[in-house]
Design a protein around this ligand. Sequence first.
Ligand code: DX5
Length: 223
Amino acid sequence: MSVKIVPSVLPADFAYLGRDCQALEEAGVDRIQWDVMDGKFVPNLTFGADTIAACRKVCDVGFEAHLMVERPEELLHTYVDAGCELIIVHPESLQQPHRTYAHIRELGVRAGVALSPGTSLASVEHVMDLLDMILVMTVNPGFGGQSYIATMEPKVAAARAMIDASGFDIELEVDGGIGPETIAGPAAAGADVFISGSALWRYPSFAEGVADLRQRAEAAQQG
Ligand code: DX5
């Protein structure tokens, strides 16, 4: 399995978002995650497609949009137009999940699903053919800097088994409280993409953080 290190830009200095995206790209991140929150689906409000589009102009690294909003079905195209190559939605927010996953692909980008800690893996069991990525949240969505929920590791392992059994090429991502002290658990359980926000910003440099997190995850995958 490979290891992808993907920063959440929630800890960034919003006055210099573009500069931070460029610095993350230079530090060797695999893509950048945009946590889009509408103050309804989650009790926090972050940024929208216009902010992402502005940063798209100043770097080439891939963007993923993690949509923590109500009725994301109505907004999908705006994040594709903003330059995101992967759109992640929560089944908890969808009227017709199967139709939405298929529509994301029809828009020419990859489809990801994010499962909050209280949402069962069974909710995606029969739509694996429509997915390019499964995100097991290791915090409840809505804020950066929360504590990692280690009891999600069996869910990561079950997702890994479900993906391997499906035969589809689906990434397994974890998000929330991922840092040097916690990344080994989900890596050993089968994750291959790791979102890190506040922990990455605590390293002396992004390059040191990305290298250290990648090395720890690879070591844990090899067991
Ligand atoms: C939470 C977001 C996460 C969060 C990660 O709802 O989806 O991406 O920003 O930040 P840390 O790594 O600080 O938990």
